[in-house]
Design a protein. Structure first.
Length: 322
């Protein structure tokens, strides 16, 4: 028998979990018919939820022994939850997906078939539409994918979701990358492996509210660029060279004007503008360097990616979070 682990990060998702559980059970029945030798486990990762998420998952565990969970001591973020889920999974195949049903469980049988029958190492999904999203958010998302694919050597597909099924070999490769500042979409592209893509149209959340504000998405995009590209550092270098050239030209201009016209006072507004521009670019470049130094500083501490307060194997039914 083979085991398929379904990893589901959850943060304040008590409203969505019942709907998700119903749909994933329906998908598991289809998988059982198509692949009689495949068993399943459902691993929920509670990312420090403040609502009834953990209690609800515990109740599912009491009814269904296939349900397992890991509960964090606090909110560590989705990237940490994905890593924890992969680390605690026991399956020969591992699928990561969201609990809000924006990742259709109905695709799972065909995705599993791509690995077992077609010889792929993973089967991933991407949205072909962004229906329902604010236009400004969709615009910046498309710009981000174009930018990062030009700036890094890790292929990141536009519209790619975290909904992906992987072989144990690929999962072990991801787990070997224990970096603290994680950008999983980039890690998928960086480690390689043969991937089959499944496309679907955007699906609205079944319940609850998104945890990704525009500002959080912007910071996540910056994390991805810094994690998989050094182009911003090169940009800072070229900015410095360009401004040095401009400064040299201006010095020659001032000297020649002084020799020809002897005008020592005019031109101070343009000079002030140049100084402000140069200062702004210097601060911008220092900020880029500071971001890389900050990431290196955090990595040097070797802090754990997450801290588990309890798991389905050790929990006695009490929430150990403060």
């Amino acid at each position: 028998m083979s085991l398929l682990s379904v990893v589901v990060p959850c943060y304040n998702e008590q409203d969505a979990i019942p709907f998700f559980y119903k749909e994933i059970i329906a998908a598991s029945e289809v998988i059982r018919e198509r692949f009689p030798d495949v068993e399943m486990e459902f691993l929920f990762v509670d990312d420090g939820s403040s609502d009834g998420t953990l209690s609800l998952v515990r109740s599912l565990r009491e009814k269904d022994s296939r349900v397992r969970y890991v509960s964090f001591s606090r909110n560590f973020g989705k990237e940490a939850a994905l890593f924890a889920g992969m680390e605690h999974s026991r399956g020969d195949y591992v699928v990561t997906m969201d609990v809000d049903l924006q990742d259709p469980p109905s695709l799972l049988p065909d995705m599993l078939s791509a690995i077992r029958e077609d010889g792929y190492d993973s089967a991933a999904t991407r949205r072909v539409t962004r229906k329902g999203e604010p236009p400004i958010r969709s615009f910046f998302a498309r710009m981000f994918y174009r930018m990062i694919n030009r700036m890094s050597n890790a292929e990141i597909v536009d519209g790619a979701r975290d909904y992906r099924i992987m072989s144990r070999t690929m999962v072990d490769g991801i787990l070997s990358m224990r970096e603290y500042n994680r950008f999983t979409k980039g890690i998928y592209g960086w480690i390689g492996f043969r991937t089959k893509w499944f496309e679907f149209e955007n699906v609205e959340r079944i319940a609850g509210e998104t945890k990704w504000s525009f500002w959080k998405l912007f910071k996540y995009a910056v994390e991805g660029i810094i994690a998989f590209s050094t182009v911003p550092l090169s940009m800072a270098t070229w900015f410095g060279i360009f401004m040095s050239f401009i400064a040299f030209v201006m010095i020659l201009f001032i000297i020649i004007r002084k020799l020809l016209f002897g005008d020592p006072t005019s031109g101070w507004p343009s000079m002030v503008c140049i100084i402000l521009l140069a200062s702004g670019i210097q601060l911008f470049c220092m900020g880029i360097i500071g971001q890389y130094l900050a990431k290196a500083y955090l990595e040097s501490k070797h802090r754990p990616i997450y801290i588990a307060a309890s798991t389905s194997e050790t929990d006695k039914g009490e929430d150990t979070r403060p």
